[in-house]
Design a protein around this ligand. Structure first.
Ligand SMILES: *Cc1c(COP(=O)(O)O)cnc(C)c1O
Length: 454
């Protein structure tokens, strides 16, 4: 049976299409709206920011989209990625559960993010775009896009959230090594950044602010496009290569998950692993419980409202129907920078509303306790974001010990933590704290959600 430590696939077994969940859903997700007209956005509204192929993928009704050969050639530098059985962690948790994790930290940037950065750079290069702008929180997305643009001959300009820019010089240096230009955000290079700095010269920034800056520059320059690392349909679709590979890997060892768990910031690594399994579930071929895990300090799914809101702080993006804490909510400085986003992917929000997935919020201290246990048993030091999935998997494994159930747990280890050692430093010194759920701050931010009577 599943008597393995890891399951590797051959280069020839790499999936050659991305999966689009939308046509398989019982109801389509609500469309993005133009903030002025409140009409669904059309291709022309998106054309200043995205190339035609990505706009088409954002709204496609095809179930599968072929991965271009040029993209597959780059994917093959690190894909297929390994699926591990966490035998030593199972032992440490004294559980009858079998725990599997799909590891995306083998990419050059150290996370799942290049799975979408590479096709985004490819389609922009194909459309004759010269430069891409973007934001980055923890630095993972900026690194991934810097890597991808360097491979397709594009320039790359990144606004890195100030707190992360100051704390993580090595992430910035990775981006610069791949040829990108990096600014701390808020910056005085944009109207959005200057407005924030005027109100608060010491602002440590947020993803929402950094998105505003990157969008502004792309919107103003005809040869420049914007690139988003999560949230949008096409991003989640590119990430489904993770789940498609995992399905093949589990099939090889005759396993099916009873529980599938992923961390959710904007929802891309979770959607990437979960959507192909959700397809199987909707078709009646398996029946896993599918769970999103988010930080207690930024709990958009479990505590946010399901409403139309902006994707950025300055209000320059289309309105997205999503679980949101309010577009100008600035979360507490937890270490999982990639999970500090006020909203959730509309597609994840939609499947949550449909009851197809569940959600849980966990504080960072428990997450780091489980991260250190994971590192000491499995060896890999996880990025702070997937420690949320690991903590939830550990809760599940302990429940299985108590009930004696032989559960199969599948989780996404979406990145390594080699550039996040300051977080481990804080934990190991006993200085890591949990933040209370910021009820007042959220209430204040929710008041500023645009009134859309849909
Ligand atoms: C960016 C990032 C996340 C959060 O983004 P999602 O779109 O929710 O996946 C989580 N983990 C890692 C390692 C990241 O780099």
């Amino acid at each position: 049976m599943a008597d393995v430590t890891k399951v590797l696939l051959d280069e020839s077994e790499i999936p050659t299409a991305w999966y689009n969940l939308v046509p398989d859903l019982p109801a389509p997700p609500p469309p993005p709206l133009h903030p002025g007209t409140l009409e669904p956005v059309g291709p022309d509204d998106l054309a200043p920011l995205f190339p035609p192929d990505l706009i088409a993928q954002e709204v496609t009704s095809e179930r599968y989209v072929d991965i271009p050969g040029e993209v597959l050639d780059v994917y093959k530098l690190w894909r297929p990625t390994p699926l591990y059985r966490a035998r030593r962690l199972e032992k440490a948790l004294d559980t009858p559960a079998r725990i599997y994790f799909k590891y995306e930290g083998t990419s050059p940037a150290g996370s799942h993010k290049p799975n979408t950065a590479v096709p985004q750079a490819y389609y922009n290069a194909k459309a004759g775009v010269r430069k891409l702008t973007t934001e980055t929180g923890a630095g993972q997305w900026g690194s991934a896009l810097a890597l991808a643009t360097s491979m397709f001959g594009l320039e790359c300009e990144v606004w890195q959230v100030r707190a992360s820019y100051d704390q993580k010089p090595y992430r910035r240096l990775m981006m610069e090594t791949w040829g990108a230009t990096v600014h701390p955000s808020p910056s005085n290079l944009t109207e959005a950044g200057r407005a924030i700095l005027e109100a608060d010269p010491d602002s440590t920034g947020s993803l929402g602010i950094a998105i505003s800056e990157a969008v502004e520059v792309a919107a103003k320059n005809p040869d420049t496009n914007y690139s988003l690392g999560s949230v949008l349909n096409h991003v989640l679709m590119h990430q489904t290569i993770i789940g498609e590979e995992a399905l093949i890997q589990l099939e090889k060892i005759g396993e099916q998950p009873d529980v599938l768990i992923g961390c959710t910031g904007g929802g891309s690594n979770f959607g990437g692993l979960a959507f192909p399994f959700l397809r199987e579930k909707l078709a009646g071929r398996m029946d896993p419980v599918i769970r999103c895990v988010e930080p207690a300090a930024c709990p958009s799914l479990t505590k946010g409202v399901y409403a139309y809101d902006f994707g950025d702080t300055a209000g320059m993006t289309p309105l997205l129907k999503m679980h949101t804490l309010g577009h100008d909510f600035v979360p507490d400085p937890i270490h999982a920078g990639g999970l500090r986003y006020h909203g959730m992917a509309p597609l994840i929000s939609h499947v949550y509303e449909l009851g197809l997935v569940e959600a849980e919020a966990i504080g960072q201290v428990e997450c780091f306790e489980r991260a250190v246990q994971f590192a000491r048993s499995e060896g890999i030091i996880p990025a702070p974001e997937p420690t949320h999935a690991i903590a939830s998997a550990a809760r599940e494994a302990i429940a299985a010990r108590e009930s004696g159930e032989e559960k199969v747990i599948l989780t996404a280890l979406c990145g390594h933590g080699h550039f996040d050692m300051a977080a481990y430093d804080a934990f190991l010194r006993g200085e890591l704290v949990d933040y209370e759920y910021p009820e007042e701050k959220v209430a204040e931010a929710l008041e500023k959600i645009p009134a859309v009577g849909v």
